[in-house]
Design a protein around this ligand. Structure first.
Ligand code: G
Ligand code: G
Ligand code: G
Ligand code: NA
Ligand code: MN
Length: 253
């Protein structure tokens, strides 16, 4: 059995789980939301890293099943949190193939209606490189999702090449600075310059900024001095299983 056909079965057998990593407002410390990150707990091999099975799924139509599964889970969970009075914005990752799929917006509409989730409660994360594989087609889908009320985030910013001309045209809510810049921001003067300039660029384009890979208090303080809006990283919490995430929220002072 290939890992691929096992993944297809894993989707049916509930071996996949959505983990949630908190996103926190840097100024206030208030919980803003969470990023949904898929985990595969294989009965024989244990946890298979997403870095292995996501790129594999992305080469085939399998990624569509995985994306729709992730959307269904997170829409349901987001609606549940809002019923509990928890005003969280939940982020989900889309892949390049999803961004080129003209059926996606209508399918998402159906899933959202079934779950009782408002589009404004959701943030869809798209990477720089997936946009740039076919910018015109991506822009069309992104525009439709934006018009439907979804928030859109550009992920892993700085690692791909992006045309600022396209960035300007995209109706985005958020820019996420890749963790490769954030993790070395204290040691590398160049990374500090890049992070600071990227925050200013994003703000001047009207976008909020999340720094990912925030691993300690010192980085948090530096990001605060740069007026970065949100932080995500091990300093706050690693990605958590749903039960652990709910516990983490309850224990938050
Ligand atoms: O925790 P981390 O190891 O989760 O994630 C590794 C990579 O897998 C990241 O690049 C992340 O964006 C990606 N990833 C995690 N979950 C999903 C998902 O549901 N869809 C897509 N397309 N990528 C995901
Ligand atoms: O979607 P994206 O490629 O940005 O996925 C985020 C990845 O970063 C996931 O694999 C997640 O587990 C990982 N991650 C989250 N917080 C930290 C952190 O503080 N440090 C490092 N090194 N990785 C992190
Ligand atoms: O529970 P765990 O050891 O995985 O915690 C990882 C990090 O998350 C720790 O650095 C801790 O400071 C942080 N953390 C744990 N619980 C909470 C919480 O309720 N609120 C906030 N803001 N941070 C927490
Ligand atoms: Na992401
Ligand atoms: Mn990222």
């Amino acid at each position: 059995l290939t890992l691929m056909s096992e993944l297809r079965q894993a989707l049916e057998k509930e071996e996949l789980q959505v983990y949630y990593q908190p996103k926190v407002a840097i100024k206030t410390g208030r919980l803003y939301g969470a990023e949904a990150l898929v985990r595969w707990n294989h009965p024989k091999h244990g946890f298979v890293p997403p870095d292995e099975f996501i790129p594999m799924a992305e080469r085939t139509r399998m990624i569509k099943h995985l994306t729709l599964w992730a959307l269904k889970q997170t829409f349901g969970q987001c609606a549940e949190w809002h019923r509990q009075g928890l005003d969280l914005i939940v982020s989900v990752n889309l892949s390049a193939r999803d961004l080129h799929d003209p059926e996606l917006p209508d399918i998402i509409t159906g899933l959202a209606a079934a779950a009782g989730v408002k589009p404004a409660w959701m943030m869809l994360e798209i990477t720089e490189s997936s946009i740039m594989t076919d910018p015109e087609r991506s822009l069309e889908i992104i525009q439709r999702l934006h018009d439907m009320g979804y928030r859109l985030s550009i992920d892993d910013f700085g690692t791909g090449y992006s045309s600022l001309a396209y960035l300007k045209k995209m109706p985005l809510t958020e820019l996420k600075i890749d963790k490769s810049f954030v993790s070395d921001v204290l040691k590398s003067e160049n990374d500090a310059v890049i992070v600071k300039a990227t925050i200013n660029l994003a703000h001047n384009l009207g976008l909020q900024v999340t720094a990912e890979g925030v691993e300690n208090r010192q980085v948090m303080a530096l990001l605060d001095s740069y007026a970065c809006d949100l932080a995500q990283g091990y300093y706050l919490s690693k990605p958590l299983a749903l039960g652990e995430f709910n516990e983490w929220m309850r224990s938050d002072a």
